[in-house]
Design a protein around this ligand. Structure first.
Ligand code: FAD
Length: 472
């Protein structure tokens, strides 16, 4: 039996961050990874958002290409709108906009790298700070005394005792289950994400994709929307859906996307070769459930922290790690590891972290995603309506006035289908997001202009079509 101040189960970004911060605080820390090294399962999934650099500038400035060769920054996200027939009907290239307030974020949407490089880099930071790491070791159970978690036991029966155990063991969390915090996921709180990883030479990626960090393939025709992320020497493409929503084998849908004419063209241009097939679980929930119990706290995916709109999960895993360790250090100093003390962890992530801010509108954000990219029926009006509205004017076969009338008439056709979703999803989201600042955001001086706009427009409409005289 070995004794520590903190035991951390999991060597992903959350576990390594927790181990690093705990060791820096002088706590005797051990963290465990079932893989032969952290990041071995290579869930690819690693677009790191600017919040990482904003929150931990000293740490992140050391993540450089020599330590992480797949690192690639990009400031564009391409959106492909794909119709029912599998044709790309519109493309929208997005980059950070004028309203972005964190200046460095204007130069990149995400910094992409493979988890097989990022996770070991994070784990090294923890071991360099003094934490002990044990790899190739499965933690099988929690040790409890009178309902309080007191340590863990590994697959060989070895016991590791600590007053605080942190569950950083991902989506299929043994710690969540055995501590009684979560028995099973609800079907629509967890997604399955199949993914293909492709090799492509860096020169071609840089030349052809230029500053593109990632792409989203918004799909009609009953296919979940897919994402594509570009790394230094390759890219991955994947798609996800709630567990109960797959009518066919998930690879059927992914193959559909990869076999799109447009996608195949990209593969040829990049000289891309398939490298790996992966499938992972990813929590995607409107609001996390309880994240603490006597002697134990859950962080990252184990707690259900990926963002409820698009499931960015690395930043929240690391942010929650920091908060959990702060509370653990206080609990250790006070000698109080009770649920009552550790509920401070939940209070802090809810009230003082960006995780709490995100989940404040969690149900609304989650519901929008559920109603659109994960809802085949709605995507069948969404794709043609948005394509028409945004790109219809690029047509020279008619005078522009005629085109505008055609576009308005066509968009109108979709409104009866679109309105219920717009009203039930977007109105609550905007109401929630604006609730604190409505007064500040709505400038009263523009209200009369808005109110007068409609009668003004109506008054400009002629009753009858007048014949215009040609000028002589
Ligand atoms: C396909 C895919 C793409 C994604 N893309 C992105 C992205 O681009 N950006 C982003 O921010 N997020 C992304 N995510 C989400 C992100 O991967 C997770 O939110 C993040 O990895 C959570 O970190 P974590 O440390 O909580 O858990 P994990 O990364 O899951 O780490 C848990 C670790 O614990 C180990 N472990 C589990 N059980 C035990 C045990 N009993 N004993 C010992 N070790 C154990 C596991 O092997 C694993 O290494 C993606 C997820 C998927 C599935």
């Amino acid at each position: 039996m070995k004794e520590y101040d903190i035991v951390i189960v999991g060597g992903g970004p959350g576990g390594s961050m927790a181990a690093k911060v705990a060791a820096e605080k002088g706590l005797k820390t051990i963290f465990f990874e079932r893989g032969r090294k952290p990041g071995e399962k290579n869930s690819s999934g690693c677009g790191l958002g600017p919040r990482m650099w904003r929150s931990w500038p000293d740490m992140m400035k050391n993540l450089t290409e020599d330590k992480c060769p797949s690192l690639r920054a990009g400031r564009f996200a391409r959106n492909y709108l794909v119709d029912k027939k599998g044709e790309v009907s519109a493309m929208i290239l997005a980059r950070p906009t004028e309203s972005v307030t964190y200046e460095p974020a204007k130069s990149f949407i995400t910094m992409n790298c493979y988890r097989s490089e990022f996770d070991p880099w994070m784990a090294d930071l923890a071991t360099n700070a003094g934490a002990e790491l044990k790899c190739s070791l499965l933690i099988k159970g929690l040790i409890k005394e009178n309902g309080t978690v007191k340590g863990v036991v590994d697959e060989k029966g070895e016991k590791y005792m600590a007053p605080i155990v942190i569950g950083a063991d991902g989506a299929v969390s043994m710690v969540a289950k055995q501590s009684g915090l979560r028995d099973k996921w609800y079907h629509d709180h967890i997604t399955l994400v199949p993914q293909y990883d492709f090799y492509a030479p860096r020169e071609k990626i840089d030349l052809i994709m230029h500053e593109e960090a990632l792409a989203v393939w918004w799909m009609a025709g009953g296919i979940p929307s897919a994402y594509q992320v570009f790394f230094g020497d390759g890219f991955h493409v994947g798609l996800g859906n709630w567990m109960q929503s797959w009518e066919k084998n998930p690879l059927y849908y992914l193959n559909y996307v990869v076999n799109l004419k447009h996608f195949q063209r990209l593969i040829k241009m990049l000289g891309a070769k398939p490298r790996e097939v992966q499938a992972h679980l990813l929590p995607w929930m409107p609001y996390p459930e309880k994240t603490y119990a006597n002697g134990v706290m859950l962080i990252g995916d184990a707690a259900g922290f990926p963002c409820p709109l698009e499931a960015e999960g690395i930043f929240p895993a690391m942010e929650s790690a920091e908060i959990a360790v702060e509370v653990a250090a206080e609990a250790i100093a006070e000698g109080d590891y009770s649920e009552n003390k550790l509920k401070e962890y939940e209070r802090r992530w809810q009230e003082e972290s960006s995780i709490g801010t995100e989940f404040d509108a969690g149900p609304q954000l989650w519901s929008v995603w559920k109603a659109l990219p994960f809802n085949a029926k709605n995507m069948d009006w969404f794709i043609p309506m948005v394509s028409e509205a945004l790109t219809g004017i690029f047509d020279w076969s008619e005078p522009h006035k005629v085109r505008i009338r055609q576009i308005v008439a066509h968009v109108k056709k979709y409104l009866p289908q679109a309105m219920p979703t717009l009203m039930s999803e977007f109105v609550p989201l905007f109401t929630k997001a604006l609730e604190d600042d409505m007064g500040k955001l709505m400038d009263p001086s523009i209200m009369p202009t808005l109110i007068n706009l409609l009668p003004k427009l109506m008054s400009l409409m002629p009753d009858k079509k007048k014949k215009r005289r040609r000028r002589k």
